[in-house]
Design a protein around this ligand. Structure first.
Ligand SMILES: NC(=O)c1ccc[n+]([C@@H]2O[C@H](COP(=O)([O-])OP(=O)(O)OC[C@H]3O[C@@H](n4cnc5c(N)ncnc54)[C@H](O)[C@@H]3O)[C@@H](O)[C@H]2O)c1
Length: 250
């Protein structure tokens, strides 16, 4: 699959991450289909994209997004509960809950339904990509990557592209081109069996361990540690107080 053939992106799971992922790819000009498992989830996803804190209406009001782009996003995103509606997608980004067996089963089902040349990717926070891809065909394994974004996706530009030894050069090049169109700041990282997490979460976890040690040794309070990191590195949040980051806490 080459970049010029990528017309429609399927986002599987329209929650905190899926909604933001759909939004930035539609802003980049791709047609997007969000698939979730209930009408309630679909409605929440649409609401987040249009009316939510990080949605297009507010971005427009704050001058962060032009009216035309906001309208484009609203027009380019389709919603469905029927997995068969993903059959014609050229590129899949999975954002279902962080459970390895669930992700494996979701991809096994998609492998049968979605056209054989489509690229598959997972927004796992840290599972080994080769393990997530365990139940897809050998051909699809050459078209399989990790794409790790940070919440809230419309604000945090990061996209770690996690490559496996099986991934073809064409797949990697197309993923890079797709994410460039979605205005992402790309970091390349290799998949590594036996680990959990890629760059962002591993480095944050190491810093979190050090912060805990400073606290346990009685050298500084939680507030002082957080304040040093927030004001010294311009982090939006640190370790102990308002953490933000993974849900709707921002
Ligand atoms: N929240 C974060 O900060 C963050 C950051 C990076 C990566 N991630 C990863 O992104 C993934 C999704 O996390 P989230 O925070 O968006 O979770 P979430 O719970 O907000 O959203 C998950 C969505 O998937 C749907 N879903 C469940 N089973 C499904 C299925 N079989 N098919 C389609 N949809 C299904 C749920 O209904 C829900 O809407 C996880 O793997 C998580 O580790 C999360």
């Amino acid at each position: 699959m080459k970049i010029e053939d990528v017309k429609r992106i399927g986002v599987v799971g329209g929650g905190v991450m899926g909604g933001g992922i759909a939004q930035v790819h539609a802003a980049g000009g791709f047609n997007v289909t969000i698939r979730d498992i209930s009408q309630e989830a679909i409605d929440a996803s649409r609401d987040a994209i249009v009316e939510g804190k990080w949605g297009v209406k507010r971005a427009c009001e704050k001058g962060k997004m032009g009216f035309d782009t906001a309208t484009q996003v609203i027009n380019l995103v389709d919603y469905t509960t029927d997995v068969n509606d993903l059959a014609d997608c050229d590129f899949i980004i999975e954002a279902v809950p962080e459970k390895l067996d669930l992700k494996q089963d979701v991809f096994a089902e998609l492998d049968k339904i979605v056209k054989p040349e489509a690229i598959f990717s997972s927004n796992t926070s840290g599972f080994v990509i080769q393990e997530i891809a365990e139940k897809v065909s050998d051909q699809r394994k050459t078209q399989f990557l990790g794409l790790h974004y940070s919440n809230p996706v419309p604000v945090m530009a990061m996209c770690e592209i996690i490559t496996t030894p099986q991934a073809s050069t064409e797949t990697i090049e197309t993923a890079i081109a797709v994410e460039e169109r979605a205005n992402r700041a790309i970091s390349m990282v290799k998949d590594m069996p036996g680990t959990y997490g890629f760059i962002l979460n591993r480095v944050f976890a190491a810093a979190r361990r050090e912060a805990q040690k400073i606290l346990d040794d009685g050298l500084a309070t939680e507030e002082d540690i957080d304040r040093a990191m927030i004001t010294g590195r311009n982090w939006p949040a640190a370790f102990f107080g308002k953490r933000g980051g993974i849900g709707k806490q921002w």
